[in-house]
Ligand binder design. Structure first.
Ligand code: B12
Length: 223
């Protein structure tokens, strides 16, 4: 009972900092909770994931707008990078890893926000995410997937001009005889389900929340 009350208080505090983009506040709450053994890093990640789902839903319902969504995502991403991820590694506490994902924006395209959001959502939902950044050549996606034993390759493209590079990654996999080894998913505003079908990808998602559902489905983690 006491633990529940404590968790609720912690969740409420975390929610407030995420919504108010209070990065130093969120980091402090997480640091103190870890120091006092009030929660493990994986538990904090779960709480943060739940809150990001709430924020994402608010964005979908047009209750908040892009700057608010990006502000919250950045606060969460920086806290995960600087506090929670290192805490998990140090303690040897095994993060519940549901699968490994390599994600990046394809060659010729510098747009990062949507792809980073998808990466943060996947991470906070228990997946291990390797974000290769922007303007990533086809061979780099495949090299990284091979190196880390990925399950999924995620390709972002925001430009009509760069969409063709999504096809190139699939061609690169085929050329190396690796097409069946990885599930390839696509996203970005000019792309669609039809485009994913046309180039032989395994799935497409419209936003970060759908991306999490898609990845869970592809990896049989959706029950
Ligand atoms: C911000 C922005 C920029 C910023 C990017 C900053 C950054 N660090 O990302 C800057 C100013 C650098 C920029 C540059 C350019 N831009 Co720009 N940009 C935008 C803008 C306004 C917002 C994009 C964005 O961040 N959206 C918010 C995020 C959250 O949404 P999202 O990216 O769609 O991502 C979601 C989904 O698509 C999906 N998703 C995304 N990636 C993935 C990946 C996977 C695997 C999955 C499953 C899902 C998924 O989930 C995400 C989260 O919900 C859009 C217009 C718009 N309203 O989209 C134009 C836009 C994308 N840009 C455009 C253009 C033309 C350019 C430039 C060529 C302009 C120029 N003449 O220089 C350059 C490109 C240079 C280059 N080589 O890449 C056009 C593209 C048109 C087209 N179809 O080709 C757009 C649509 C504007 C327009 N209406 O003309 N841009």
């Amino acid at each position: 009972m006491l633990k529940n009350d404590l968790n609720m208080t912690l969740e409420e505090k975390i929610k407030e900092t995420v919504i108010e983009w209070d990065e130093s506040g969120l980091k402090e709450i997480c640091r103190v909770a870890l120091e006092r053994n009030e929660a493990k890093a994986a538990e904090l990640l779960k709480i943060i994931g739940k809150i990001m789902q709430y924020v994402g839903k608010q964005f979908e319902d047009e209750e908040i707008f892009l700057p608010e969504l990006v502000g919250s995502a950045n606060v969460v991403k920086n806290t995960i990078d600087e506090i929670l991820d290192p805490a998990i590694r140090e303690s040897g506490e095994s993060k519940e890893t549901l699968g490994k994902i390599v994600i990046g924006t394809v060659e010729g395209d510098v747009h990062s926000i949507g792809k980073d959001l998808v990466g943060s959502f996947l991470f906070s939902n228990g997946f291990e995410v390797f974000n290769l950044g922007e303007e990533v050549p086809a061979s780099e996606f495949v090299d990284k997937a091979e190196e880390i034993g990925a399950h999924i390759i995620g390709l972002s493209s925001l430009l009509t001009m760069s969409m063709g590079f999504q096809r190139e990654v699939i061609d690169e996999l085929k050329n190396r005889g690796l097409r069946d080894k990885y599930k390839v998913i696509l996203g970005g505003s000019p792309t669609s389900n039809e485009w994913a079908d046309e180039i032989g990808a395994d799935g497409w998602a419209d936003d970060a929340i759908e991306a999490v559902a898609l990845v869970k489905k592809l990896l049989g983690r959706d029950n």
